[in-house]
Write a protein that binds this ligand. Sequence first.
Ligand SMILES: Nc1ncnc2c1ncn2[C@@H]1O[C@H](COP(=O)(O)OP(=O)(O)O)[C@@H](O)[C@H]1O
Ligand SMILES: O=C(O)c1ccc[n+]([C@@H]2O[C@H](COP(=O)([O-])O)[C@@H](O)[C@H]2O)c1
Length: 201
Amino acid sequence: MKYIIGIGGVTNGGKTTLTNRLIKALPNCCVVHQDDFFKPPDQIQVGEDGFKQWDVINALDMEAMVNTIKGWVENPVKFARSHGIQVAPTTEMGPPENQIHILIVEGFLLYNYKPLMDVYDKCYYITIPYEECKRRRSTRQYTVPDPPGLFDGHVWPMYLKHRAEMETSCLPIEYLSGLKTKEEIYNQVYEDIHNTLLNRL
Ligand SMILES: Nc1ncnc2c1ncn2[C@@H]1O[C@H](COP(=O)(O)OP(=O)(O)O)[C@@H](O)[C@H]1O
Ligand SMILES: O=C(O)c1ccc[n+]([C@@H]2O[C@H](COP(=O)([O-])O)[C@@H](O)[C@H]2O)c1
């Protein structure tokens, strides 16, 4: 059985932190990070606001991201092995039809791209309020550092726009408060996934 989990949400909400905990705990679990698909800086357009438009879908090579996910769907065992993830032997997992393969797709713009809308079996979305987001973001080092004013001039307005867009889609999204402790968020999501997978097997 294949199971694809989306961990979306606001920048610095705690997506990577949660994902890293889950991949250690879940069996045969691979991950695709949306951040790995950012285009190089010279391909990022400058908007009317004067900022490079990093927080839009066009800043990402979404075709490559979709192809990576398709690669996992076609052959999760090969995908896992080529990403250095140990696959449990079939004997440990029971018959092949009971073998679980999990993919976590993690990123800030997961639910705003049509070709990906149908791939998720479960959609999580982490939120934190403006002040906390700005505080966490101010300590974060990206490969391209934030120029002064980027958060208020581009990052936060784009987050609000994309979130509103996402909410008009029919995706069943489970919201998680990123203000809870890392442990609480992890326990909540782990239990949810565990119970869902037990019911499906
Ligand atoms: N539940 C939490 N409570 C407090 N700080 C958190 C929590 N989750 C993550 N952080 C911190 O917030 C920052 C961004 O976390 P990260 O997981 O990289 O976010 P994202 O992947 O959503 O951008 C890191 O410094 C991380 O330690
Ligand atoms: O990773 C990069 O190369 C990169 C370069 C420029 C900007 N980013 C920022 O990465 C943010 C999304 O990642 P995250 O982990 O904060 O959700 C987004 O808000 C962008 O502004 C990321």
